[in-house]
Design a binder for this molecule. Structure first.
Ligand code: ADP
Length: 473
């Protein structure tokens, strides 16, 4: 007999409707990959719910219904719309609190509190209006975490059916702002929780508290959030919930990121034609205004300019490699101070280092397809996609042993791994890589091992399915 699991998947952003960062990639792909696992015995009806941000691009939107949720002595109107994405129902929740603050995220989390609280509460009312009941509510990060809080507290109040709550942690340090007044205005009480006192009013901790399962985006990160270094003050609380905490690695879009078909790169290649990759390196050198020479190691940084990513360590490392023959390209935008440091590096080493301070998806692909190594000295890294994309394109990663980097890069097999968040540790790892590089056979083995790894979403979706099944037994 066939059975169905209904999953309400909530996120602040999802590709192709609206994408700001990595969360958009995950929420754009994972729900569809989950649905694709459906078979004759088990149907996975995953439906995506997103805020109707002013910047959302969606076609064929149909109004579902206008309903309202009570707030204070009044109520707030919820405008719900529906569309489909490759057969998956996608809902958009619109309303004044979402329109009021145009951007997807503000730098100031207090500005986002009202919007995402409204979204999370309204999304939990949606099922009633579409005649469809979820078995699982799957929220992502702080923006949608309050849905789980409401899922639990309302159940306690009304004795309704158990709906399992899953919270995926993409980035623990971002917990949202104090929502106690907002919750009160919606008539939702703050529960007695075993959270640290400061955390009892924040969306992410409240969602963690209310969830049946917590998923970190890599097994490595799942272990790290239990430590003082990475736990952001919630390590003890998470320690108590350890049994419900697991790690599921994100995947990459292996169709889009495929060196055999990628239209952004000049020379397509795959495992049998790996030798042709060298042509991409020379074309990249030429494009960047660097000397065309297959034998000079070409290093890359493709990253947000953010201290989280350790790009400052990468810059200091490069500065300390004066006597070494190398070339480097830095592609990224972000913190103006870090951008300035990248510019200074280029000025200091005009023949060796190029700083491309912009978002440029095509150039990123050309770098993955042409550079010898990519540097990822992250201070923390919940999962990290760049190292997986790099491996798929035969660009060997040099990473710090942290979070998802540690889980995806195997020392001496697919890349180089170092421990300390210190530029000299990175320099040592770069030197170790440069020692192997001239040995064509050994280097190719590193590239081939990385290219052969399965970083597809299907593998991740199977892990999530196992989790859902354990929750709805
Ligand atoms: P994070 O999500 O922390 O920024 P990830 O490694 O998970 O880091 O994902 C970053 C993604 O963004 C990768 O696909 C990377 O190629 C891409 N990226 C980062 N900076 C740029 C840029 N300046 N131009 C093009 N792509 C970029």
């Amino acid at each position: 007999m066939s059975r169905t699991i209904n999953v309400l998947f909530l996120a602040a952003e999802a590709d192709p409707f609206i994408k700001v960062g990595g969360l958009g990639d995950v929420s754009g792909v994972l729900p569809r990959e989950l649905r694709a696992l459906s078979n004759e015995e088990l149907k996975l009806d995953v439906r995506l719910v997103l805020p109707y941000h002013p910047a959302v691009k969606a076609e064929n939107l149909r109004p579902v219904e206008i309903f309202s949720i009570p707030r204070g002595d009044s109520e707030v109107a919820v405008e719900a719309f529906e569309t489909t994405l490759n057969g998956m129902p996608v809902y958009f929740i619109g309303g004044e609190p979402i329109r009021a603050n145009g951007s997807v995220y503000s730098l100031d989390a207090t500005k986002d509190a009202d919007k995402y609280a409204f979204f999370s509460l309204a999304a939990m009312e949606l099922p009633k209006h579409i005649n469809w009941q979820p078995d699982v509510v799957h929220a992502n990060d702080w923006h949608t975490a309050l849905s789980l809080y409401v899922n639990l507290t309302k159940r306690w109040e009304s004795g309704s059916k158990h709906v399992a709550g899953v919270l995926t942690l993409h980035n623990l340090p971002f917990m949202g702002a104090d929502v106690s007044a907002i919750l009160e205005s919606y008539g939702i009480k703050l529960a007695q929780t075993d959270l640290p006192e400061w955390a009892r009013v924040l969306p992410l901790p409240l969602g963690l508290w209310a969830s049946d399962a917590i998923v970190a985006v890599s097994p490595g990160y799942a272990g790290e959030v239990l430590t003082e270094e990475f736990g952001c003050g919630l390590q003890e609380f998470l320690g108590v919930r350890k049994e419900t905490l697991s790690g599921v690695l994100n995947g990459i879009d292996t169709v889009s990121f495929d060196p055999a078909t990628d239209k952004s790169i000049s020379i397509n290649f795959n495992l049998p034609t790996l030798k042709r990759r060298a042509e991409n390196k020379e074309l990249l050198q030429e494009k960047l205004g660097l000397t065309r020479n297959p034998n000079i190691p070409l290093l890359a940084v493709i990253s947000r300019m953010d201290v989280q990513k350790g790009v400052d360590l990468a810059f200091t490392a490069l500065k300390n490699m004066k006597r070494i023959d190398f070339q480097a390209v830095i592609l990224g935008t972000g913190d103006p101070k870090l951008e300035e440091s990248a510019r200074e590096l280029q000025t200091l080493f005009p023949d060796k280092i190029k700083a491309e301070l912009r978002f440029d998806a095509a150039l990123a692909r050309q770098i993955y397809a042409g550079a010898d190594m990519i540097l990822m000295p992250s201070r923390y890294e919940p999962c990290g996609l760049a190292q997986m994309i790099a491996m798929r394109y035969g660009c060997v990663p040099i990473v710090r042993a942290v979070g998802g980097l540690k889980d995806t890069v195997i020392p001496k097999e697919t890349g180089f791994v170092f421990e300390k968040a210190h530029h000299m540790s990175l320099v040592s790892a770069i030197k170790a890589a440069m020692k192997v590089l001239p040995d064509k056979e050994k280097w190719e083995a590193l590239q081939r091992n990385g290219m052969a790894k399965d970083f597809s979403w299907e593998a991740s979706a199977r892990e999530y399915l196992k989790l859902y099944l354990s929750l709805v037994k």
